[in-house]
Write a protein that binds this ligand. Structure first.
Ligand code: C2O
Ligand code: CU
Ligand code: CU
Length: 567
């Protein structure tokens, strides 16, 4: 028998994961896949455009920044006409906003977007009715500790002309930044159309910095580069293509279960290249895709990006941080498995590789991890062709940030939360996803007390891995344990078929806000529900947040739940 560690490892990134043979009926697996792979039918040469780096917007402490959503045109590939997109301050990705720990910043989010949507809306989706303005937006800062009014609640949407949803907050959003240095991101969060708004371009990085991180002397300035990974489909004329389901369910005639593009974009460019110096670089990798998981490796390539199979000497990924901040120590990894919304902060040392090129290749099956959809392999190309501009004085320290483990014996609750899907009775086609066996508008069931610690156990009876995200908190992963899915579905009893397995090395110890919930496993996290430091509260006061699957097609179609923290 394989070691526990190995067992999980196998199921993590091999298409024929062990999890699938364990209790999920073969039929259910087949039915999950979208009927036909999405292809745009265009052919674009990889690695012909340089990687763009989004502009930086630095906030002074206490300042209010203006960020406006606009429609604009951007070249996404040398051989495509400009693409019509939506973006914060008119770029895709939007500006990288930089803040300092414990120094509040406010953002006045405004819109100049047109009144017609760029992409097809399925009005049968809850909260996306034809009676509502079709262009509605609200920005959310993912991974941030904020008050509900500033968190971008899905009903807090507004339009360019001043219409708004029930939870709209007319004031600029206040971000206290009361958390250690980390890589956050902001994106649209409007009820029922988040997938379309983000696909249109509404996403950007938000970095929190602090003195401690500075003292580590990590690569910085032009040697620190954010990489936003997103897959897209384009038409020949350069326009964005978001497919509609042919013969889709009557219930949701054009909703697609998951969106998979046939081109990977990094920072809004199709498979770009980056020329680097032979030295250390820090990359903040974000999976900003709607549905695609990335399983990334570097391959030695020629200058055009053709993989040279004779050399396997490639630099390692040194992971130094994740969703909520720095890890206790760097992890030397050969591959990275990144689900939608996760962030991997890494250092790559190109010192020994002057003159070489490395392609960044993805081979994660889509849907993850049973496949069925097209997987575009090329992500980007690193070319170590720039001369060293000066001695590399940056460091990759052996130890990074101290980490405080949450103690499971302090948890006041263990909530069992089902991750499931509803199938159309006639043929088993999945028409909706559910969390806790409830829909968005069902009464709130998760109501932790402020300052208390809880364990949440996600019981995944589907055939997919779902990246689950909880607003407000940075949580910790405890373990994953396999169970008999059929018995659970028939009787509601949890019969474990194995011991709890340790999380991956980069999942614990680590501050996480998004976690992969594996099919046939109970995935357990522990979290303390602290409101922003110094929030004045009255006993019984309620603070409303959400938790959801970060596959955007699922999030839009009921796989999202409100929850409240009670003071
Ligand atoms: Cu990335 Cu609820 O968000
Ligand atoms: Cu979030
Ligand atoms: Cu999901």
């Amino acid at each position: 028998m394989l070691s526990r560690r190995r067992l999980l490892h196998n199921s993590l990134y091999s298409a024929a994961g062990l999890t699938l043979s364990r209790g999920v009926p073969a039929l259910a697996q087949a039915q999950m896949a979208n009927p036909t792979p999405f292809r745009s039918g265009i052919r674009l040469a990889p690695y012909v455009d340089p990687l763009p780096v989004p502009p930086v917007l630095r906030g002074k402490p206490g300042e209010t920044l203006d960020v406006e959503m606009r429609q604009f045109h951007q070249k996404v590939h040398r051989d495509l006409p400009p693409t019509t997109l939506w973006g914060y301050n008119g770029s895709w990705p939007g500006p990288t906003i930089e803040a300092q720990s414990d120094q509040p910043l406010s953002i006045n989010w405004t819109s100049k977007l047109p009144t017609t949507h760029l992409l097809p809306i399925d009005h049968s989706i809850h909260g996306a009715g034809a009676d509502l303005p079709s262009v509605r937006n609200v920005a959310h800062l993912h991974g941030a500790c904020t008050l509900p009014d500033d968190d971008g609640y899905p009903d807090a949407w507004f339009t360019a002309s001043g219409q708004h949803g029930s939870k709209f907050n007319p004031r600029p959003s206040a971000y206290p930044n009361c958390q250690p240095s980390t890589t956050l991101w902001y994106h649209d969060h409007c009820l029922g159309i988040t997938r379309l708004n983000i696909y249109a371009g509404l996403s950007g990085f938000y970095l929190i910095r602090d003195e401690f991180e500075k003292s580590l002397n990590l690569p910085s300035g032009e040697y620190e580069i954010p990489l936003m990974l997103q897959d897209r489909l384009f038409h020949h004329d350069g326009s964005l293509y978001y497919p509609k389901v042919v013969n889709g369910p009557k219930e949701h005639p054009i909703w697609v279960q998951e969106l998979y593009g046939d081109y990977n974009c990094v920072n809004g460019k199709v498979t770009p290249f980056l020329e680097v110096e032979p030295r250390k670089y820090r990359f903040r990798i974000l999976n900003g895709a709607n549905s695609r998981f990335y399983h990334l490796r570097l391959f030695t390539s020629d200058a055009k990006g053709k993989i040279l199979n004779e050399s396997f000497d490639v630099p390692a990924f040194n992971q130094i941080g994740t969703d909520g901040g720095l890890l206790p120590e760097p992890l030397e990894l050969r591959y990275l498995l990144i689900s939608p919304a996760e962030r991997f902060d890494i250092v790559i040392d190109f010192s020994d590789y002057a003159g070489k090129s490395f392609s960044l290749i993805n081979d994660a099956p889509a849907p993850y991890n049973m496949g069925g959809q097209f997987v575009p392999a090329e992500v980007m190309l690193f070319k170590v062709t720039k001369p060293l501009s000066g001695k590399d004085t940056s460091s990759l320290p052996d130890t990074l940030a101290p980490f405080e483990m949450l103690d499971p014996t302090h948890a006041v609750k263990d909530r069992q939360l089902l991750v499931s899907e509803i199938e159309r009775p006639s043929d088993g086609y999945v028409i909706t996803g559910l969390l806790g066996n409830a829909r968005w508008h069902d009464p709130i069931t998760e109501d932790p007390k402020a300052g208390t610690t809880e364990i949440w156990s996600f019981i995944n009876t589907t055939a997919d891995v779902h990246p689950l995200h909880v607003h407000l908190v940075q949580f910790q992963v405890l373990n994953r344990q396999p169970f008999n899915v059929q018995v659970y579905q028939q009787t509601g009893k949890l019969i474990f078929t194995g011991l709890p397995m340790a999380p991956e090395s980069n999942e614990r110890p680590a501050r996480k806000d998004t976690i992969k919930s594996y099919p046939g496993y109970v995935t357990r996290i522990i979290q303390r529900f602290d409101l922003p430091h110094g929030t004045p509260t009255t006993p019984g006061q309620e603070f409303l947040y959400v938790w959801h699957c970060h596959i955007l097609e699922h999030e839009d179609n009921e796989m999202m739940r409100p929850y409240k923290v009670i003071a």
